[in-house]
Ligand binder design. Structure first.
Ligand code: B12
Length: 481
């Protein structure tokens, strides 16, 4: 019973496959709910609103679900706040239909209260959608109370927003999701890869990270056989290039190993190519060889800094020597690698920035991403450090608003380096092509996947894989395959 129109509201290009919507769409169908789907990633931006209203009129849904993947592009250089058009689309829907509008998704779940207020939807679901959304739809269709649904946001009769804490479901109990809601072959063609998830949640304590806030502070592992069954299903659709959608694939290391073993047992190691975000620890030669055999072609290591003092302050488990070891292991196994660094965090100095960039230059990675300024999210230790309690720090000049809601892109940059950091980094990087640097003085930053025309064109020419690896191959004049 019930009809739900799901809407992918992520219009950034190249398009990134809406894995979450695939999982939710499949769970709705398993509950006997009919699903319609409108993908705004494949619609001209100017036509988005009219297409949306037309889809709602055609499908006559009981409930409309809108996914919010990114609240903003998390780049201090561009600070592109992505919710205003989505709020306008929701308002237009509400003028046209009585169907309640429900918002959810990973960006939404990072800042659920703030996003819910801003978007003006009827309901929100923070965290996993597989259990909560079908329950909400069934309750709305049967006119039953909804206030006990975990993760739900709604408005009380007095107009105030209320929020139930999300429940962390056991992922082993979800049935195999059908990857048929989104056009995954279309995403391979236009986005160069398709996402797949092996777990949720993170037990690390990186002070800035919103992942534990959005996905939970405990690892929830998907049984490797389910991951492999999903890969088989995607392969049947002709999709053979993937990106893992775990925050860091190799945490815990034993699970990543088990997923690779299951891929090998299924005989799929030579038929697929995949890319992953990984932590520099745990990662050694054995892991690198196993990943490579199971199809891994590239790893983006979240390194943050080349200074041990900064790493300790950020709450990271690795040190610079671990990064060097991880790069060597990946390279010797034939895995290309990119390192991501985050400059300007608490306690950063020009010396630690120099140390980081020089380290990054010498360590032998294929690509290096440098981001300046750290996005601050509610519920993180960084937010506490910046706005609350004893260790209170003074925000940089242009961010000195009293109590920002943190929904609009808000960044921490250490005041001591704030004025000089861009110039210093630009000089240190020089013309080194391996560096991706979000330089605010350059309009066309290459290291932002928010409307990256160079990538869109490369993918149309046949390049496949992680965006950084496509940019690398284009720069090196390597052919698509
Ligand atoms: C992998 C990844 C990437 C890969 C994607 C590869 C691929 N092909 O999938 C790459 C490297 C390309 C990438 C790029 C970017 N990313 Co990214 N990425 C991720 C990551 C790790 C996984 C996303 C994912 O697919 N998750 C798995 C799915 C299953 O989970 P989910 O989407 O949350 O869905 C569940 C629920 O949210 C809910 N749900 C989902 N939709 C809906 C809809 C409704 C109606 C309901 C009720 C529920 C619901 O149910 C689902 C199942 O439980 C997340 C962090 C994370 N751990 O999720 C960051 C993350 C989403 N990325 C982020 C950012 C900023 C970006 C970029 C903008 C960076 C940039 N400037 O270039 C780009 C944007 C690209 C684009 N076109 O959107 C941020 C967004 C933060 C924010 N404030 O919104 C995140 C959260 C990381 C972070 N903490 O900073 N990313």
């Amino acid at each position: 019973v019930g009809r739900v129109l799901l809407v992918n509201a992520n219009t950034l290009q190249p398009p990134v496959s809406p894995v979450g919507l695939d999982y939710v769409g499949s769970a709705l169908e398993a509950a006997g709910i009919e699903v319609g789907f409108l993908d705004l990633a494949f619609v001209e931006r100017d036509a988005a609103e009219s297409e949306l209203l037309a889809a709602a009129a055609r499908f006559t849904p009981d409930v409309i679900g809108v996914s919010v993947r990114n609240t903003d592009d998390c780049s201090m250089a561009s600070r592109d706040f992505l919710l205003p058009p989505i709020a306008r689309w929701i308002a237009a829907l509400k003028r046209q239909t009585d169907a309640p509008v429900v918002v959810g998704g990973i960006g939404f779940s990072v800042l659920p209260r703030e996003s819910f207020e801003f978007l003006g939807a009827d309901y929100g679901i923070a965290g996993d959608g597989e259990v909560a959304f079908p329950r909400l739809v069934e309750s709305l269709c049967d006119r039953k109370p909804v206030e006990d649904i975990p993760g739900l946001l709604w408005r009380t009769p007095s107009g105030e927003a209320a929020f139930n804490p999300p429940a962390a479901a056991d992922l082993g109990r979800f049935p195999l999701p059908k990857r048929r809601t989104a056009d995954n072959p279309g995403y391979l063609r236009e986005g160069g890869m398709v996402g797949i998830e092996t777990k949720r949640g993170c037990e690390s304590c990186c002070i800035y990270c919103a992942d534990p806030v959005a996905k939970g502070r405990r690892f929830r592992l998907r049984p490797p056989r389910l991951v492999v069954a999903e890969i088989r299903d995607l392969l049947d659709q002709g999709v053979d290039v993937y990106h893992t959608c775990d925050s860091e694939f190799n945490l815990p290391g034993s699970h990543a190993g088990a997923v690779c073993e299951a891929i090998l047992e299924a005989g799929l190691g030579d038929r697929i190519r995949w890319y992953a975000y990984c932590s520099p620890v745990p990662f050694d030669d054995g892991a690198a060889r196993l990943y490579r055999k199971a199809g891994c072609r590239g790893i983006n290591f979240g390194c943050d800094s080349g200074s041990d003092a900064v790493l300790a302050r950020l709450g990271r488990a690795h040190r610079r020597a671990d990064i060097a070891r991880a790069v060597a292991a990946a390279k010797s196994a034939g895995i290309s690698c990119m390192l991501d660094f985050l400059l300007g965090g608490p306690g950063e100095t020009l010396d630690s920035i120099r140390e980081t960039v020089e380290f990054a230059r010498s360590v032998g990675a294929d690509r290096v991403g440098l981001s300046i300024g750290v996005r601050v999210y509610p519920g993180t230790a960084l937010a506490e450090m910046v706005f609350g309690g004893a260790g209170k720090r003074t925000p940089p000049e242009d961010q000195r608003e009293r109590r920002p809601d943190l929904l609009r892109p808000y960044f921490w940059i250490e005041p001591a380096v704030a004025d000089s950091v861009n110039g210093v980094v630009r000089d240190l990087v020089g013309g080194d092509e391996r560096f991706f640097f979000l330089d605010p003085s350059q309009a066309e930053a290459n290291y932002n996947y928010n409307d990256n025309t160079m990538l869109v064109e490369a993918i149309r020419r046949g390049y496949r894989g992680a965006f950084w690896d496509i940019l690398r191959r284009v720069a090196e004049n390597s052919p698509p395959d």
